[in-house]
Design a protein around this ligand. Structure first.
Ligand code: UGA
Length: 424
């Protein structure tokens, strides 16, 4: 099948390349010329393990090409995936400006039947809006169908997730479009949930919000465990062994970040408020998430004698989680901002994220002279640091582990003062 992917970010680029793996012919469309130039040269404009290899492979095999030319791209392809961003608007709801622009350009340029698929995370009712926007932009009434087909891949493991999804959701009222979508996904070995577009759109918000709830639940429980001197990791492990609860997304930390959970929880909160049926459980989850960095800063302050002014603090990890260079809504940024407000002498390290200085200092350089290390991102590199050789470089030996990821007894045996998130 000839597939057009509109928007070449994480979701669009990964989706396109996975379809290449499945034997389809793909065109990636983006209005940003620098992104197109980079992709054509086999270079990703973001960091995602394994994805660049697929890009190089499918460029060489001529399975994928990239363009800026909307008109030609729309005419030449049968199935069009909308993978553009749906950023958070000022009131917390999803901003559909990019989706609308794409829908209108499809309407203007199509000259035969198309299936238009929304992969971007969009509010309930967007498929109906996309249908309206396309119809209103058409010169002649050419038939088309709109399908909601949300994406569930995670940054940092996008290729594996997209190749091995837990389920595929196809939301459409058109038998013809459903048949085309089934065909498109015929080589995937997972359950396919067929439903209408509104339910499909809700499924995506419901899934992300549920995972965010799980994280806020364990984070709030961690604060309670902290007071009660209980190790929250033991609690997570034991409750996660109950198959009805499951072990995933129960790691206490600094709160969820990234381009999805904070935005999608806000959007669902907004949807619920707008129809007069507020979801208090989600509002609480968002509040708990926001408070989690305050809780951690407080912990740091208390341990260091209440005043952080002029203390040298080394923050390890800026990315919102491991294996990505994405810093959107990263808890580290909140921690950094608060530390700067406390007038600390700040040092920052990340293995991948490019710092404002343009430099990539080593961990040893970053911790030299530091009173404390604050671990913000769960990079594997940090799990295996040689703390024995770092300790003599530091001024004082505090470790604040915002991810409960290093061996507490090991660093304590080396003489460090270690504090995690209720990691007693
Ligand atoms: C999330 C979902 O997991 C994907 O299924 C979804 O497709 C994607 O959003 C999206 O909507 O596009 P992502 O934001 O890439 O994926 O990252 P996650 O691995 O889900 O992590 C989200 C945040 O939760 C991170 O800040 C992570 O550190 C935090 N987290 C995760 C915890 O604090 N504790 C955990 O136990 C798990």
């Amino acid at each position: 099948m000839k597939i057009l992917i509109v928007g070449t970010g994480y979701v669009g680029t990964t989706t396109g390349l996975i379809f290449c793996e499945m034997g389809h012919q793909v065109t990636g469309l983006d209005l940003d010329e620098t992104k197109i130039k980079a992709l054509e040269a086999g270079k990703l404009h973001f960091y995602e393990p394994g994805l660049e290899d697929l890009l190089i492979k499918h460029i060489a095999a001529k399975n994928i090409s990239f363009t800026k030319k909307t008109k030609k791209a729309v005419k030449e392809n049968d199935v069009i995936f909308i993978c553009v961003g749906t950023p958070q608007g000022t009131d917390g709801s999803a901003d559909l400006t990019f989706v609308k622009n794409v829908a209108e350009s499809i309407g203007k340029n199509m000259d035969n039947y198309k299936v238009i698929v929304t992969k971007s995370t969009v509010p309930v009712g967007t498929a109906e809006l996309v249908t309206k926007w396309i119809s209103e932009s058409q010169k002649d009434k050419i038939p088309f169908d709109v399908v909601s087909n949300p994406e569930f891949l995670r940054e940092g493991s996008a290729v594996l997730d997209a190749l091995n999804p837990d389920r595929i959701v196809i939301g459409t009222t058109s038998e013809k479009a459903r048949g085309i979508m089934r065909d498109l996904y015929k080589d995937f070995h997972c359950p396919i949930v067929e439903t209408n577009p509104r339910a499909s759109e809700m499924i995506k918000y419901a899934a992300n919000s549920f995972l965010a709830l799980k994280i806020s639940y364990i984070n709030e429980l961690a604060r309670l465990c902290n007071r009660l001197q209980i190790n929250v990791n033991d609690v997570s492990k034991a409750i996660g062994l109950d198959h009805r609860i499951g072990p995933h997304f129960l790691n206490a930390g600094l709160g969820y970040g990234g381009s999805c959970f904070p935005k999608d929880v806000s959007a669902l909160i907004q949807i619920a408020r707008q129809i007069g049926r507020p979801m208090s459980i989600l509002e609480s989850a968002a509040k708990v998430n926001k408070e989690q960095t305050d809780y951690f800063i407080e912990k740091i302050k208390q341990a260091l004698g209440g005043n952080l002014q002029s203390k040298t603090i080394a923050v390890l990890g800026v990315a919102f989680k491991a294996n990505t260079d994405d810093t959107r809504e990263a808890p580290s940024l909140v921690i950094i901002k608060q530390l700067l407000e406390e007038k600390v002498n700040l040092r920052v390290h990340d293995p991948i994220v490019k710092l404002a200085s343009g430099q990539f200092p080593t961990v040893a350089e970053t911790v030299t002279g530091a009173d404390a290390v604050v671990l913000c991102t769960d990079w594997d590199d940090y799990k295996t640091l040689d703390w024995a050789s770092l300790k003599p470089l530091m001024n004082q030996s505090y470790i604040f582990d915002g991810r409960n990821m290093i061996d507490k007894s090991l660093v304590e045996s080396l003489g460090f003062n270690y504090l995690g998130v209720a990691n007693h």
